[in-house]
Design a protein around this ligand. Structure first.
Ligand code: FAD
Ligand code: UDP
Length: 373
């Protein structure tokens, strides 16, 4: 029987293992160097009964029916729709900046004037990346664009990435566009929610197949690759090649957890601080599954550079220079006959969960086609 090794028990590795085992009936060994499955999506219930997302808040959202149909085989979702509050110079409002935000931060008459001007230029419900939004001719709209740039993007992005919004790939800030709408949700995707029993349970079920074995606390370097017909590597591609072209840069995150003896700490699951403090945002976990407890747990999120041996890789940094470096590893990877790279670290791509799952499904479909001739 064909033997597969999957390195990494996050969503990418788990989905790949599941499809190989279920659809092709092949043997799969999944290893992970951590002491748990689910990678960065790992969650657990703490002593207060609150579901904690250990590596930061994870909200499932997708436009892809294929991904939704796949993941729904393993879990039901609640109807949670993510809303993010931002504190702009002390004023609580909605992020992304939308037509309601105008009325929160400006006097009514000025907000009305801006809304009218905006709807003359843009169609209702348009999403405009901030770097595009700044290209305005009208003085009031120029003022507004600078306001949004400075109050929402400039300091937050500098905290998050270590550089200004103009120095990171435009796709990064475009994830949170100015939204010409009164819809306060963070995501407009058709499918969204939180798995009712958490992400770890979902990954556990994805891996629960007769032909899959999972070994935790196990590093790729401790395995003999010759024992396997195929290897699916969801770890960092530069590490695989022993950094021969130099390390790929990452941002890391440090979460400082605090417990409070009161039912709630803040007004939403996620509150961004784009103007103040060294942390970027505060997560309050009990909102996601509506956990009913007298206490609450929050985490303040601090961003920092990834340093080997000091912290973990969280975000690939999408710049042209880093992409060029990645391409060198990618080209070397393509030349390896039985090794396939995937996932946020293997592909060095800023994937959300749905994109990581879709990538694994599509790579599997390619392998299946090759296998079946
Ligand atoms: P990972 O989850 O990183 O899994 C890779 C696994 O490989 C890890 O468990 C690692 O231990 C293991 N590994 C690495 N190297 C080795 C090795 N040499 N030997 C053995 N094991 C190894 N996505 C959303 O859709 N919604 C969100 O709200 C969201 N929020 C996020 C918030 C934060 C702070 C972060 C960092 C990410 C967020 N994401 C979100 C993205 C989501 O975490 C990723 O899409 C998803 O985790 C990708 O899964 P993966 O399997 O590719 O990678
Ligand atoms: N961003 C910002 N201010 C905010 C929210 C987001 O400047 O209040 C920018 C920032 O550069 C961030 C990017 O938009 O990295 C994407 O935000 P998102 O919330 O999608 O990031 P993630 O949840 O993946 O960390």
């Amino acid at each position: 029987m064909t033997k597969n090794l999957v390195v990494g028990a996050g969503f990418s590795g788990a989905v790949m293992a599941n499809l190989l085992a279920e659809e092709l009936g092949e043997e799969v060994l999944v290893i992970d160097k951590k002491d748990h499955i689910a990678g960065n999506c790992y969650d657990y219930r703490d002593e207060n009964g609150i579901m904690i997302h250990k590596y930061g808040s994870h909200i499932f959202h997708t436009k892809s029916e294929k991904v939704w149909n796949y993941i729904r085989k393993f879990t039901d979702f609640n109807t949670y729709m993510h809303k993010v509050i931002g504190i702009l110079d002390g004023i609580e409002t909605h992020i992304p900046f939308n037509l309601n935000t105008l009325y929160d931060v400006f006097p009514n008459s000025f907000a009305t004037k801006l809304e009218e001007k905006l709807l003359d230029v843009f169609a209702i419900n348009t999403k405009v990346p901030i770097l595009e939004f700044q290209k305005q001719d009208d003085d009031d709209l120029k003022f507004l664009a600078n306001y949004v740039y400075e109050k929402i993007f400039l300091y937050y992005t500098t905290k998050q990435w270590g550089v200004s919004p103009k120095e990171v790939d435009g796709a990064v800030t475009a994830r949170v566009p100015v939204y010409l709408s009164k819809d306060n949700r963070y995501f407009q995707d058709r499918f969204q929610g939180i798995p009712l029993e958490g992400y770890t349970k979902v990954v556990e079920r994805i891996l629960d197949c007769k032909n899959i074995k999972v070994k935790l606390n196990t590093e790729y370097k401790d395995i003999n690759p010759d024992d396997f017909d195929r290897i699916f590597y969801t770890g960092p591609i530069d590490e695989f090649f022993e950094y021969k072209y130099g390390p790929l840069p990452y941002r890391s995150v440090n979460f400082k957890f605090e417990t409070y003896n009161k039912p709630y700490y803040q007004s939403a699951a996620c509150v961004n601080y784009p103007c103040n403090y060294d942390f970027t945002r505060i997560h309050e976990y009990k909102y996601y599954l509506d956990d009913q407890t007298d206490k609450t747990v929050i985490a303040k999120e601090y961003s920092e550079f990834f340093e080997l041996g000091k912290n973990e890789r969280y975000y690939p940094i999408p710049t042209e220079e880093n992409d060029e470096l990645y391409r060198k590893y990618f080209e070397d990877g393509k030349r390896l006959e039985k090794v396939y790279f995937l996932g946020r670290l293997g592909d060095y791509k800023y994937y959300d969960m749905d994109k990581a799952i879709l990538r694994a499904i599509e790579l599997f479909e390619h392998i299946k086609e090759k296998t079946n001739g």
